[in-house]
Design a protein around this ligand. Structure first.
Ligand code: 5GP
Ligand code: MG
Length: 193
């Protein structure tokens, strides 16, 4: 498991970013590690592995992840989950929205998501894919917040545990901005106004 620190952020900067939490270099090496681990764990599932990135936040993560797994024959099927409710974790919920992966019977499903927070997204998708006959369902997130709701949600592969702060970059947005940053960081307060 990687541990987020602020010590290595060479070259990663943006006018609206307060602090870099995970540098582009650390993301790149951790994504390769995760992909290698998954590649080993799913050797038995070659040709029956379906990777399901949750859009749009895991777009960059998924693109880098699957390119680090060229030796595995896998399917890539996108899904979208929308969150509703406010900042209070207890009042929040998640709903399936748009396309769902098809023909999961007998397939080993690996959900890819950008960040594990309330856990609503992973719980919803896991139940859905299990109900649709997947042979197994696991989840892989790039980031997990060090809060009870996230730590208590089953998730087999975690890139980095980070403090409970609102982060952007590497797919994660604020108002649909900042997804294109190659690193993960916090926004300056004035950028969130
Ligand atoms: P969960 O369903 O676990 O509450 O949250 C997952 C989704 O909430 C993420 O995929 C992401 O879209 C959103 N989210 C949670 N925390 C953050 C954050 O710190 N920054 C951003 N940009 N999105 C977040
Ligand atoms: Mg998301």
């Amino acid at each position: 498991m990687g541990h987020a620190t602020t010590s290595d952020n060479s070259g990663d900067a943006h006018d609206d970013i307060d602090r870099v939490l995970v540098s582009s270099a650390r993301i790149a090496s951790r994504v390769v590690e995760l992909a290698q681990q998954v590649g080993n764990d799913y050797a038995h599932a070659d040709g029956r592995l379906t990777v399901v990135p949750v859009m749009t936040g895991s777009l960059l993560f998924a693109a880098d992840f699957v390119r680090a797994l060229p030796q595995r024959r896998l399917r890539l099927q996108l899904t979208t989950v929308s969150s509703y409710g406010g900042k209070n974790t207890a009042s929040r919920g998640s709903a399936l929205n748009g396309a769902l992966p098809k023909h999961l019977e007998g397939h080993h499903v690996l959900i890819l998501d950008d960040i594990l927070d309330s856990g609503g997204t992973l719980r919803l998708l896991r139940a859905e894919f299990e109900a649709r006959g997947a042979a197994s369902v696991r989840a892989c997130v790039l980031l997990r917040k060090k809060i009870a709701s996230a730590l208590s949600t089953p998730c087999e592969y975690v890139g980095f545990d980070i403090d409970d702060e609102f982060v952007v970059g590497y797919g994660l947005d604020f108002d649909d901005l900042y997804r294109n940053l190659p690193f993960v960081g916090t926004l300056k307060p004035e950028a969130r106004a």
